[in-house]
Write a protein that binds this ligand. Sequence first.
Ligand code: ASP
Length: 592
Amino acid sequence: MNRTPAGSIRPSQIGETVTVSGWVQRRRDHGGIAFVDVRDASGIIQVVADPAAHDEVADLKMEYCISVTGVVRARPEGTQNPDLPTGEVEIGVEGLLVLSPADTLPFMIDDRVDIDERARLRHRYLDLRRPRMGANLRARSRATAAIRRTLDAQGFLEVETPTLINSTPEGARDMLVPSRLREGEFYALPQSPQLFKQLLMVAGVERYFQIARCYRDEDFRADRQLEFTQLDLEGSFWDRDDVLDAIESVLVAVARELRDIEIPRPFPRFTWQESMDRFGTDKPDLRFAAEIVDLSDIFATSRFGVFRDALAGGGTVRGIDVGPVEWSRARADALTERAKELGAMGLVWMVVEEDGTLRSPVAKFLDAAELRGMQDAFGARAGDVILIAADRWKLAVEVLGTLRNDLLRPAGHEELSFLWVIDFPLFEEEEDGSITFSHHPFTAPASLDEMRDNPNTAVSRAYDAVLNGVELGSGSVRIHDPDVQRQVFEILGIDAETAERRFGWFLEALRYGTPPHAGFAFGIDRLVMVLQGESSIREVIPFPKTQSGVDPMTGAPTWVDDAQLDELGITLTEAAVSRRDEGDELDQPTDG
Ligand code: ASP
């Protein structure tokens, strides 16, 4: 088809005959003339027809797919549309063909209308016709193209690793796929290509990347999907800074591509300890200033029991000046409630009065030296609100960090703040007191002695990239010595026999001259989300699932035939069978 992109037509083409093909965005009839906005992937053009000469025009409805041939002409004086790149011209229709009619739409193809998300996902192909969603799809494609260009220029090899594997521990549940040929056995879908990329280092690839689909069967918390896409990368003879350098080059290239800005490098770096101390989180948002301050010294001998007890119990007293936020009894109560939800015993607040004194329900318990100490610590101005938490260190800083975000975080992502958090703890304590890895079990410790002697406080060689308070991804220098790897498994409570059974093949590979190596992976969904100013990854994933893991369009996951289950040697539980027989297919396609 010899077609001209609708959005490309300009006054320089006046007088030319063109054919545009696309969708009817809108039809208006004015004084016996029909105006039709035709939209294709490139934009919108107005076409004008005399219904007397073209009776097909009368039948055109929204989203009909049509082809129009006509002459480009200037819009009459006063009818130009400065908001449209094609706003100075229109096409006078000479021939019009309906390529495909459209049923009545479930919702308007319009960025300005608010549509229920389920309905959007149920008809995602229509949702994707909306300009904003089309722009997100294009942005994503340009992002991955920029990633490939940048890494190709640095000599990286793009390698595909398998998606039917045995399990890769990244801290989530595996998604399993039954094997038909080996009844009763299962493949796992990769939580990440972690072990395969390390094997590629053993294989001498030296610089690897992949735009990899990863699967994690998590209960839906926040903004997560069962499957997501990462840029996965690894390099040999590399140390941490080689990784940070390569990843920065990619992130800067994508920001340039999508935002047309130059992000300064190197990105700021914070150790995990510093990030927690100052911002109460390992993914700080630096688009606003407020920092947490240690007030423990000021209150070391306080008469105020809450502070005194926290300190005596080995805890801390920390505060943050959140600035002149609107303050009321109701707000104070809501924030205290929030602090309690997060596990704190309570929250102390103070408001700086015009004369510099502090107004607070607890002011009467504090002496003059303490109040002065507070004023000095914050240099606060009249109207500022100061929040104080007295608790175990981690809880205190996390509560203040969360409130800092709740109160000050800007909506949207106009400004961009990239940073690194380095030197993460090697291990974390689980609720039951057992120890688990904080990144994954293949992360190198900063010091072997420290790892053996004080696993609880040992530092790792892991790092995270953060953008506007969103964790983009993680990486680490890896263990390349099989003995160290065994020791880490042991500390994690994976005994030698289990380690051999699950990872023997990997430990063996490490024995054949493994180069030191390090790498990283970041979520492409999250990066594109922030750069596009979206607040959910579902806006930049073409066909996402709902928060409960369902695809309202295809109905997945669905029941399968008994014959299929038989072949796989799978028997459903009674509970599942009765759910099926009761027709529990709530998530099947509906018209809603
Ligand atoms: N495999 C890790 C992850 O998916 C990233 C890495 O360590 O390279 O988080």
